[in-house]
Design a protein around this ligand. Structure first.
Ligand code: PNW
Length: 488
């Protein structure tokens, strides 16, 4: 189903919140400053620099560690209600554990939070956005069940240090990218490449770790601090290519994001039934003694179920799904895609951004928002990331088209009953785009990586976004209006 775009002036509901996001490793730099210890991205980029497209790293990145006052100024320029950033675990806890708290690292986050609050910009804090302390990785990282304690101890420290001022918490950003990309393949650190096995151990531990942190906040901190806490999942929309692919597309959705959403947001909890069945059957046929998908105990099912005050959603694009008869031999076995027996693709006529996966498909977002409303009993959906990549330059009309199109379908979904009170654009400014280094740019502000201060300059999209936030409306005439303003 393809939703037609509307072109009238549309108001956002009262209380709708606009923000922008970044993540620690992608912007902070100061990789070894003031007692911070190395994380898996420091380790990988230093030991294997050209695992990154441009062989660069986040040693300095946007120098957010030192330039944060300029960045708060940018948040004010945009008129943001809130700003989403993440904490660096090994900056706060250099041993990875709460035996030693690094005061300098804590001071940095206090300075940032206080500077934002001075201007009434609310912090939305992600506790973990992919920069695992290297020491913990050496002990198995997210495949080691002890990480449930490691992570929840760290989360408690964060609540204790910042909970008096931070009222919006996200435990973990995008389990799928942590587990599938980092443990199942080589597309994120630590590049374990143990597909169909390590990624599922990771999935279980991430969910239980998240839930434990949620319950700590709920019991020990919420009574005094108020506040909300949840998990952020990445989800693409998967559209069947033809009628005969309808069921298959649903299987893909359950593997891709139902894997994480079903345990937390469904009435029954646990991994999606279709995932459990398929992986158990494949595992048996392949000679494994038990399913490659680990089981939750019934206590764990209960602990994870309902452990999020909102559905944190990062959404970027859409894929088509079809069944290919010649699939045999196409994928490694065991593997994630072998489990699903589907192929995914994006037609070449879809409007494309700089990232290979980036296509501008707003109707897919509409279908996804509708499905989340229907499948999980209309949870509050916080859009914690949405944005578009270019190769740089201040004239970013494609980004403007993308953001406006995606905001438009948010309004459609709200009209049809979805509860979507929060929108976060990725990103405030260009930053270290993981394996793509600095070759892909997501910022409303351009960052000059040749200048020592990493000078930030607003793109055209920054002016348009500012006007959307100011007017709390989408108006098809902005573009020309802003152009006129910019040229005088
Ligand atoms: C996000 N997809 O990941 C991350 O949270 C950010 O750190 C990152 O910089 C940003 O997107 C841009 O890449 C994604 O499947 C997860 O389309 C999934 C997808 C895209 C991005």
């Amino acid at each position: 189903t393809v939703k037609e775009a509307r072109h009238d002036v549309r108001k956002f509901p009262d209380g709708f919140q606009f923000g922008a996001a970044t993540a620690s490793y992608q912007v902070e730099g100061a990789w070894d400053a003031d007692g911070k210890s190395p994380n898996i991205w420091d380790h990988m980029t230093h030991n294997d620099p050209c695992s990154i497209d441009d062989c660069k790293n986040g040693d300095i990145a946007d120098d957010f560690y030192n330039q944060y006052k300029r960045d708060v100024e940018m948040m004010r320029e945009l008129g943001l209600d809130f700003y989403r950033f993440s904490l660096s675990w090994s900056r706060i806890l250099p041993t990875s554990f709460p035996d030693k708290i690094n005061e300098a690292g804590v001071q940095y986050y206090n300075n940032l939070i206080n500077e934002m609050l001075k201007y009434n910009i609310q912090p939305m804090v992600t506790i973990y956005h992919w920069d695992l302390p290297q020491k913990l990785q050496e002990m198995g990282g997210w495949t080691n069940p002890h990480i449930v304690d490691w992570f929840s101890d760290y989360a408690r420290v964060a609540f204790e240090l910042f909970g008096d001022r931070v009222k919006n918490w996200i435990t973990i950003n995008e389990p799928r990218e942590i587990c599938y990309q980092g443990y199942g393949t080589v597309t994120k650190a630590p590049k374990l490449n143990i597909q169909g096995v390590a990624e599922y151990m990771c999935a279980k531990n991430v969910l239980v770790a998240h839930a434990k942190a949620y319950h700590i906040y709920d019991k020990e901190f919420r009574p005094t601090h108020g506040g909300t806490i949840g998990i952020t999942l990445s989800a693409l929309w998967y559209e069947p290519e033809t009628e005969s692919d309808v069921e298959l597309a649903e299987v893909v959705r359950q593997f891709e994001w139902g894997q994480y959403a079903h345990p937390v947001f469904s009435k029954t909890g646990d991994f999606p039934p279709v995932m459990k069945e398929k992986i158990a059957a494949k595992s048996a046929a392949q000679g494994f003694k038990r399913s490659r998908l680990p089981e939750f105990t019934s206590e764990e099912v209960e602990m994870v179920r309902g452990s999020s005050d909102f559905f944190g959603l990062n959404h970027y694009t859409t894929n088509l799904v079809y069944k290919n008869e010649s699939l045999e031999g196409y994928y490694d076995v065991p593997s994630y895609y072998d489990n699903i027996e589907a192929k995914l693709y994006q037609p070449s006529h879809w409007s494309a951004g700089a990232s290979v996966w980036m296509k501008d498909v707003p109707w897919g977002f509409y279908n996804l928002l509708t499905k989340i409303r229907e499948d999980y009993d209309n949870p509050p959906v916080f859009i914690t990331e949405n944005g578009y990549s270019t190769r740089g330059g201040l004239d970013d009309d494609d980004r403007i088209t993308y953001i406006r199109g995606y905001l438009n379908v948010i309004l459609d979904a709200i009209e049809e009953g979805s509860d979507i009170p929060v929108y976060t654009v990725w990103s405030l400014m260009d930053n270290f785009e993981w394996m793509r280094g600095y070759t892909e740019r997501f910022g409303l502000y351009e960052v000059d990586y040749e200048s020592p201060q990493r000078t930030r300059t607003p793109r055209k999209s920054a002016f348009v976004f500012k006007e959307i936030v100011r007017s709390r409306a989408l108006d098809p005439h902005y573009d020309t209006f802003i152009l006129a303003l910019l040229s005088c």
